[in-house]
Design a protein around this ligand. Structure first.
Ligand code: SAM
Length: 257
């Protein structure tokens, strides 16, 4: 998987992406993160990449020419088939909100071009004529798209086979599985006066799995009951949730059984 980040602040990268599993994945060649300085595609001695808004208003707007030329230059190095299927993403608080499902879809692409906006935003012609998707990482406004690009790269990278040790880890994660994950404990079994549930030390694998599933369901009901409407649930799950006072309102979700 190849990520191409276009930014006015290339020194922000790789930042935290150099560490831990994503950093290892880069070293092992499972993913690549290439960073292009948009300012390198400006045409004046000052490297002007932003300008005042037509019509007046606060804040500078990123000019279209450097962004178009930077994207075209990146795409020119792609194989023709990759160029046609490339996703060109504008990070923006106006985009569709990024979630695990979108991360899974984007992980299937061979290349992802991520345009980081800054200041008051980018010229509208970028949005209309250059990109294939506009993505927000949540309903809040950042000063620039760099952190948003890092969040997306991290979430998508861990879905690339080999990046996380076991794909089982990934599918059991909260949200990925459709539910929130059960509580996790590690050694020591006794920390100060804090113990762990005895069942986890019993060695009864089937009972441990049953406990984990119920904890996962209970926790999801407490914190994210919305997830239960579409989560893949068995009749046993529904019976347990029923005992906690929950019943699914969305009949269509029965198709997930
Ligand atoms: C201050 S914001 C501009 C917001 C713009 N004036 C608007 O109302 O849509 C500057 C840049 O930060 C990035 N950004 C801000 N919030 C974001 C979010 N929630 N998700 C993704 N990118 C975001 C975008 O690239 C945006 O162009």
């Amino acid at each position: 998987m190849r990520f191409h980040v276009l930014t006015l602040f290339p020194q922000s990268f790789p930042g935290p992406l150099a560490d831990s599993m994503v950093g290892m994945a880069c070293k092992r060649g499972l993913i690549t993160i290439e960073v292009t300085d948009i300012r390198g595609y400006t045409h004046d001695a000052h490297g002007t990449a932003d300008d005042y808004q037509f019509g007046g208003g606060p804040g500078m707007v990123m000019k279209p020419e450097p962004i178009f030329e930077a994207v075209e230059s990146v795409l020119a190095h792609f194989e023709p088939a990759d160029r046609d299927s490339a996703e060109v993403v504008l990070l923006s608080p106006q985009g569709r909100v990024f979630d695990q499902k979108m991360a899974e879809d984007l992980a299937k692409a061979s290349s992802l071009v991520l345009i980081c906006g800054h200041y008051a935003g980018v010229d509208e012609r970028v949005r209309q004529h250059l990109i294939t998707r506009e993505i927000s990482i949540g309903d809040f406004v950042l000063t620039g798209g760099e952190l948003a690009a890092m969040v997306m790269i991290d979430a998508i990278s861990r879905l690339v086979p080999g990046v996380v040790g076991s794909m089982e880890n990934v599918t059991q994660d909260s949200i990925s599985s459709g539910l929130l994950q059960h509580p996790l404990y590690t050694r020591p079994a006794q920390f100060r006066d804090l113990g762990i549930p005895e069942i986890l030390r019993s060695g009864h694998h089937a009972e441990i799995e049953k406990w984990r599933r119920r904890e996962s369901l209970r926790r999801t009901l407490e914190r994210r009951p919305d997830l239960l409407e579409t989560a893949p649930l068995t009749p046993e799950d529904l019976e347990y949730l029923g005992s906690l006072g929950f019943s699914r309102s969305n009949d269509a979700a029965e198709g997930h059984l």
